[in-house]
Ligand binder design. Structure first.
Ligand code: ZN
Length: 149
């Protein structure tokens, strides 16, 4: 019965997707694109995990190892996404004190912790307002668009 081969193929896909880690990124727009991509990967991985569990229980078997593996990969991706979102928020709303490293709301003139001037690290309001925070999940499946520059 080929079902197990299928399951394994799916698990491998999951692992591959998770191995596709966040590269070094610069810029809010790029971060947002990465977050969106990661989110849609997570979405489709949830679906695959669901399918795996479904098939397993339909077949009356258990493969906790396989399921755990998928869950572990998903967790990696979610951590990755959380980090990305954190970075995005930081870049959006926060400036860091050049002296003590404390985070201050964008627009602050002086550091709330040490009082240093923050004029030098002020940011423009928003660099690219055309893209809001809501991202359609699983919009594009094609990764081949051209990630390299
Ligand atoms: Zn400071």
């Amino acid at each position: 019965m080929g079902t197990f081969d299928e399951l394994l193929a799916k698990a491998k896909e999951l692992a591959k997707a998770a191995g596709n880690k966040t590269e070094e990124v610069v810029g809010l727009t790029k971060l947002r694109m990465q977050a969106a991509q990661l989110r849609s990967e997570i979405d489709s991985n949830y679906m695959k995990l669901g399918e795996i569990i479904y098939e397993l229980s339909k077949a009356g078997t258990e493969n906790q190892e396989l399921v755990n593996m998928c869950i572990a990969e998903l967790e990696v991706q979610q951590e990755e996404l959380a980090k990305l979102n954190e970075k995005i928020n930081e870049m959006k709303n926060v400036i860091q004190c050049p002296d003590c490293g404390a985070s201050n709301p964008n627009g602050s003139l002086f550091c709330a912790r040490c009082g240093a001037s923050l004029k030098a690290v002020q940011k423009p309001e928003d660099e690219q307002p055309q893209e809001e925070d809501t991202v359609q999940p699983a919009l594009s499946q094609d990764q081949s668009e051209k990630q390299s520059d």
